[in-house]
Design a protein around this ligand. Structure first.
Ligand SMILES: Nc1ncnc2c1ncn2[C@@H]1O[C@H](COP(=O)(O)OP(=O)(O)OP(=O)(O)O)[C@@H](O)[C@H]1O
Length: 516
């Protein structure tokens, strides 16, 4: 039995805890505080697992300092000023909980939906912790490392670090091929200390591991390492272009090179599977596990739609119909390979659509240029491969179209996560053909987990999204207006989706679906 159950009446008549016969009002206050914190976490969809987890901050004004020193206080004030400049009114749930945990120096595995502000959730504590003088003022070398799977994402994180640390003397480096050479030149150091002029380095694993292997950098002074898109970085199959090893091998080498006894590690992603959880046990020390919202679901602000297009030819038809109905740019269209992306690009250019195509074979300059033009609204429809499926924050993407069916639920979550970010509403349309039927169930599960109504639409019903459609819900009923029209593949489709209920609002659209 717990001590508090041995309570007695306090002066006010309220039961209070006793310890060795002495009334402990603090214990009561503590248990009230714990209950308030638990209640707040429930409200925000925050779940934590681990010992002695710091309380969440309910507002930016509760942001903790790394230490009580004047220096740390000044860093906090500068950061709060920069947050204010960003016009962020309150922290997002992942920021509320991750920031105090990381500022307290704890290792962390955090899973939170796409577009929920994870970048600032690790950038802010890194600034708070490293934006103060070193314990040993004589010491030098890199103090913080941020790893991301693509150069585009690393560049985006770098921009956020620079923006949020403005006004504090933190030297931040984006490690590019040219950047590595420049870093060495700028510091005037010999090649063994190419990055020692920097406090924080943002990089892909490949770029950094190349310097580690050449013994061009020493990472022994690193105090904090963050892996963004950690599941991708831990993926034994995924390698970055042209490298000889999967990400996981490169990450392993970087982590081994960060040999500081007290190095703090944090892993973030929108999709955290069992494999990452297991690996994190060996990488993190006494970690805290943080989850926001429903694990491995799509972000709540995305309206997710499945569109059955019959065969391959139906895809172009469907996208042209969407265009005719009036697409609201910016729109991202995902395809499985660069050849397919190029082919669609030529079709859409022919249709007079303001579009461009992004894939790994484009030069770095072209990639930068396309991203810039898409960000500024010059390109309305960006056709792309999974290269930009993860992490990239294009503001205000109204629609994501999965022209090719994603190869996994994880890929689906990240692709559609390019819309519906930071509380904005977005639409994700996924086209599928008969040959995608086998993979359909896993995506349907994500849609269900996301709490979305599931609409499976035939081509004809695109005219009136939602109205002339099949509406599938979890109810254990089957209502069919015209049983004769439920022929295969319509029936097979419903079975594949695991639909327990069918409301046929427009029989004609179902016929179309069967015929497509
Ligand atoms: N507290 C906040 N209030 C409002 N907007 C915010 C806040 N924090 C971050 N944002 C904005 O939210 C958007 C999404 O943030 P971010 O890119 O960090 O998402 P993410 O969780 O890393 O997504 P993904 O999983 O796709 O990488 C960005 O435009 C960012 O500027």
């Amino acid at each position: 039995m717990s001590r508090s159950s041995e309570g007695m009446k306090g002066k006010s008549g309220i039961s209070v805890a006793v310890k060795g016969g002495v009334e402990t009002g603090e214990a009561k206050a503590r248990s009230i505080r714990l209950e308030e914190v638990a209640c707040f976490r429930r409200r925000m969809g925050i779940k934590v697992k681990g010992e002695e987890v710091a309380d969440p901050m309910e507002s930016f004004s509760e942001m903790p300092s790394a230490t009580t020193s004047e220096d740390a206080g000044q860093t906090r004030r500068v950061l709060l000023h920069n947050v204010e400049e960003s016009a962020w009114k309150e922290p997002t749930p992942v920021q509320m909980q991750a920031v105090p945990i990381l500022v307290a120096g704890r290792d962390l595995l955090a899973a939170a939906p796409t577009g929920s502000g994870k970048t600032a959730a690790f950038v802010m504590p890194m600034i708070l912790r490293l934006g103060v003088q070193r314990a040993d003022p004589q010491a030098s070398g890199v103090r913080g490392i941020l790893l991301a799977p693509t150069r585009e994402l690393a560049a985006q994180i770098h921009r956020d670090v620079v923006r949020l640390s403005r006004g504090r003397r933190l030297r931040v480096c984006l490690l590019t091929k040219a950047g590595a050479t420049k870093a060495a030149a700028a510091t005037g150091m010999d090649s063994r200390n190419a990055l020692s002029g920097y406090d924080i380095v943002v990089s892909t694993p490949m770029r950094l591991v190349a310097l580690v292997r050449e013994r061009a950098v020493c990472l022994a002074s690193v105090e904090m390492v963050v892996l963004d898109e950690a599941d991708k970085l831990f993926d034994a199959g995924a390698a970055s272009g042209g490298s000889d090893k999967a990400f996981i091998g490169q990450v392993d080498e970087v982590l081994a090179a960060c040999s500081h006894q007290q190095v703090q590690r944090a892993l973030f992603s929108a999709t955290v599977g069992q494999q990452v959880k297991e690996l994190s046990e060996s990488v993190l020390r006494d970690p805290i596990f943080l989850t926001v919202g429903t694990q491995n679901a799509g972000a709540a602000d995305i309206d997710q739609r499945l569109v059955y297009v019959g065969r391959e030819e139906g895809k172009l038809l469907a996208i042209r119909q969407l265009v005719q109905e009036g697409l609201r740019p910016p729109v991202l269209v995902f395809l499985q390979s660069k050849d397919r992306a190029k082919a669609l690009f030529h079709e859409l250019v022919y249709d007079g659509i303001n579009t461009d195509v992004m894939h790994a074979s484009r030069t770095q300059d072209q990639r930068d240029n396309i991203i810039q033009r898409f960000r500024t609204g010059e390109i309305w429809v960006l056709i792309c491969t999974d290269l930009v499926a993860r992490g990239i924050d294009f503001k205000g993407v109204n629609m994501v179209i999965n022209y090719d069916f994603p190869q996994s639920a994880v890929s689906y979550i990240h692709r559609i996560g390019r819309t519906g970010r930071a509380g904005r509403h977005g639409v994700a349309v996924t086209l599928f053909t008969e040959s995608d039927m086998n993979s359909l169930r896993s995506i349907a599960n994500v849609i269900r987990l996301s709490g979305c109504e599931m609409h499976a639409l035939g081509v004809a019903s695109l005219h009136a999204l939602g109205a002339a459609s099949l509406h599938i819900s979890n109810a254990a009923s089957l209502r069919i207006c015209d049983a004769a029209s439920l022929r295969t593949p319509g029936a097979a489709l419903l079975r594949t989706l695991g639909a327990a209920s069918v409301h046929m609002l427009d029989v004609a659209s179902l016929r179309m679906l069967d015929a497509a």
